[in-house]
Design a protein around this ligand. Structure first.
Ligand code: ADP
Ligand code: MG
Length: 731
């Protein structure tokens, strides 16, 4: 029987028939087509309902329940005109993915008459049977109730799946007792905390500022693989990454893929998922090839964080679905292929005022420069003071494979700010001891804008090795993994920023109360923060070994694995921080810590099983087959009476195969033992560490090493798994 691998290879060209793409519509004519924007609301709602919706959407006001019915009716009218039959509360439970439970508008009246209905109560709150979502013990199984509640700051939209159309209401997801069970609730709270702290600081500079919105522009990296080939790889199907596979003769060394011409089949796929995205209001702007073969990236225009996060979650879902139509598979995993670049999701982050100012854009006057400097230095201080928490916010089993893997930032959190701003900070720092006073005109008039050449805003002055880089008018948090839900890292970043700004204000106010002039007080605290946090600044090569040593000298944490890095979530410091800002109470925080550890364990457990299964039932058997044919061959040579030298090489190959097979089976057995032992450990953290150290670290690489060696020896026609050269280059 022909192997799955060969069938898949043969089918690539059949699968690869580029789906006929209709001529592109103008983006502006389809953008937001399936979104209930305020403009549409104006048309479908009464004046009062519209005003109420607008106050909730823009002003963050709680939704007025008496308006619920009117808004629901308007939404239904709009949706029905577009052929929608069902609605769902759309939420993001702690699986990191999105969840839906569809209900029909259809219902029966008391006398049995069928009607279509969507009432205010159904819009505002639902009670999905949510007992199977992770809750970290927050919801005992007997109390399985969880509530979803409408988040009016993210607009309702219509999801098209095949012929079906569903009205989706973005919601938060909380337990019966009010604890958050999702990623959106804490994010919304962190956005509020940052808004308040940032507005307070903005008041020093501009009394007209009454709202600060954190902004996010994510860059999504991903791989695209022929679906037939991918399905012949059980590891890709079950874990999203290849646990075996020797590097191909040609990898990314020619650097011929980066920004190269997009292959036609992938291009058709991109156009297709972009169209779906535009209809849902996702403002995609950029698409290009990435460094590795079969790797690509897309990025939108930045948006307010809550919406940006929803859009990224939606996009990952859309991409996965649309890929199937093209007989393709999208891999969002951080490291699908060993030895080939991994995928990240750079989170470009800044803050914007309601007066239209980007707080991380250097100003044009001394006064606005000081405001920029305050926010810039506060960000550095926040990342410095809470670097362990920042590290924990990007921790996952899959991102562990990428961080520090020579093409991604290391697990050390540092900040790159570029030469010009380094100079500026140095100048300020040099004045330690000599107090700023009003005669320090020069200092206050630092013309930062002029000293940052346009270059900085361009692509060139970039340090791609930094996990957290200033890129002219925003910070780019580059260590976030490609499969992550951005809400996690963004919740942490906004919270630590809120905390730092709050302290900043207290310290500045104290100096002002002592009679210091406002600008002088601000400058002094900025200087203090530079001194206190400068060790987190690093301009060099983050991939280098010297940096690891240097970072250690500086006392910067370098936490390489997920289970240990997650400790930051259970530290007293984190509990206090999150409670002070009303983001998580300690129960919620403990629950999350528990869920993240559990998720880690499950991921490693699945990988270990897949590895064991594939090694025992695919790789070893094909090696044995080849071994038998060698034995047959040697026997034949002997039979015809040739000297031993005639089968010398066959014997050498045979011995090598024996050696690899033995090593694989011994290690698989020992890995299974380690797993059994780990499973008996009661404490979740200890169990996660056992999975990391005993199951993964001790076994994965060695099993893979021997399996990959066999791939180089065994007759190609017997090898069961599509090889890297096929996965990465056939399309
Ligand atoms: P790159 O060279 O890294 O691709 P771009 O300038 O294209 O940089 O921006 C990458 C992302 O950063 C885009 O999504 C863009 O919208 C976003 N971005 C730009 N300005 C801001 C900002 N002020 N806040 C948040 N994101 C921003
Ligand atoms: Mg970027």
């Amino acid at each position: 029987m022909e192997s799955l691998r060969y069938t898949a290879i043969k089918n690539v060209s059949k699968n690869a028939i580029v789906l006929e793409s209709k001529p592109s519509e103008k983006i502006t004519s389809i953008f937001n087509e399936n979104v209930f924007t305020l403009k549409k609301a104006r048309h479908y709602l009464s004046e009062d309902a519209y005003k109420s919706l607008m106050a909730s959407t823009r002003g963050g006001k709680k939704i007025d329940r008496t308006m619920g019915g009117n808004i629901a009716n308007g939404l239904k009218a709009w949706a029905e005109e577009k052929g929608v039959t069902h609605f769902t509360h759309w939420f993001q439970p702690l699986t990191g993915l999105s969840a839906e439970k569809h209900d029909s508008f259809f219902t029966l009246k008391g006398d049995g008459t069928p009607i279509q209905e969507f009432d205010g109560a159904a819009l505002i709150q639902q009670e999905p049977d949510a007992s199977s979502f992770p809750s970290g013990g927050l919801r005992a199984t007997f109390e399985a109730r969880g509530y979803t509640a409408w988040d009016p700051s993210s607009p309702a939209f219509i999801m098209e799946t095949g012929q079906g159309k569903t009205l989706c209401i973005p919601t938060i997801f909380v337990s019966y007792t009010g604890e958050s069970l999702d990623t959106k609730t804490p994010l919304l709270k962190a956005i509020v905390a940052l808004d308040k702290a940032a507005v307070d600081v903005c008041q020093y500079f501009d009394k007209n500022i009454s709202k600060v919105n954190a902004t996010l522009g994510w860059e999504q990296e991903y791989f695209v693989i022929d679906a037939g080939l991918a399905t012949a790889r059980p590891d890709l199907v079950l874990t999203g990454r290849t646990v075996f596979g020797h590097a191909p003769a040609k990898g990314q060394q020619l650097e011929d893929h980066y920004f190269g011409a997009i292959p036609e089949r992938v291009y058709a796929f991109m156009k297709d998922f972009e169209k779906e995205s535009y209809k849902l209001g996702i403002p995609l702007r950029t698409r290009h090839n990435e460094v590795a073969p079969a790797q690509f990236e897309c990025a939108p225009i930045y948006e307010e964080i809550n919406l940006a996060v929803d859009h990224n979650t939606l996009l990952m879902d859309i991409m996965t679905r649309v890929a199937k139509r093209h007989n393709l598979i999208v891999l969002l995993h951080e490291k699908p292929f060993a030895g080939i670049n991994g995928s990240g999701k750079h989170n470009n982050w800044s803050m914007a005022t309601d007066t239209g100012v980007n707080l991380l854009a250097p100003g044009k006057t001394p006064k606005t420069n000081l405001m920029f400097l305050a926010f810039f230095v506060n960000t550095i201080k926040a990342v410095h003071d809470y670097s362990e928490l920042i590290r924990a916010s990007i921790a996952s089993a899959s991102n562990d494979h990428r961080l520090g893997a020579n093409e991604a930032p290391p697990a050390i959190i540092s900040i790159f700010i570029g030469k010009y701003l380094t100079d500026v900070l140095n100048q300020i720092e040099k004045r330690v001891g000599s107090k700023f006073d009003e005669t320090d005109e020069a200092m206050l008039k630092l013309d930062i804008h002029k000293s940052i050449p346009e270059l900085m805003l361009d692509n060139t002055d970039r340090n791609r090795t930094s996990p957290f880089a200033f890129t002219g008018n925003k910070f780019e948090f580059r260590a976030v993994g490609s499969s992550a839900n951005c809400a996690g890292p963004m919740t942490v970043l906004n919270t630590v920023m809120a905390e730092t700004l709050k302290h900043f204000k207290t310290e500045v106010d104290t100096l002002i109360d002592k009679g210091e002039k406002k600008e002088v007080a601000i400058m002094q605290i900025i200087q203090k923060y530079i001194v206190e946090s400068k060790k987190v600044l690093f301009e060099g090569d983050g991939y280098s070994e010297e940096w690891e040593k240097e970072a250690e000298k500086r006392g910067l944490p370098n936490i390489k694995t997920t289970p240990v890095s997650l400790d930051a979530y259970s530290a007293q410091k984190a509990k206090k921080l999150f409670e002070d800002h009303n983001i998580y109470n300690h129960l919620e925080l403990e629950a999350r810590h528990e869920i993240m550890l559990e998720e880690y364990i499950k991921k490693v457990q699945i990988e270990a099983r897949v590895m064991g299964d594939l090694a025992s039932t695919s790789i070893i058997p094909s090696a044995l087959k080849y071994q038998n044919s060698l034995i047959e061959n040697i026997r034949g040579i002997k039979e015809v009476g040739l000297a031993a030298s005639a089968y010398e090489s066959q014997k050498v190959i045979l011995e090598k195969i024996c050696e690899h097979i033995n090593a694989i089976s011994q290690n698989v057995t020992s890995m299974i033992d380690a797993r059994k032992k780990a499973n008996e450990i009661k404490d979740t953290r200890d169990r996660a560490i056992a999975y990391c150290d005993e199951v993964k670290e001790k076994h994965f690489d060695v099993i893979r090493y021997h399996a990959d060696k066999l791939e180089l020896i065994v007759d190609d026609s017997l090898w069961p798994l599509p090889k890297y050269r096929e996965l990465l280059f056939l399309r």
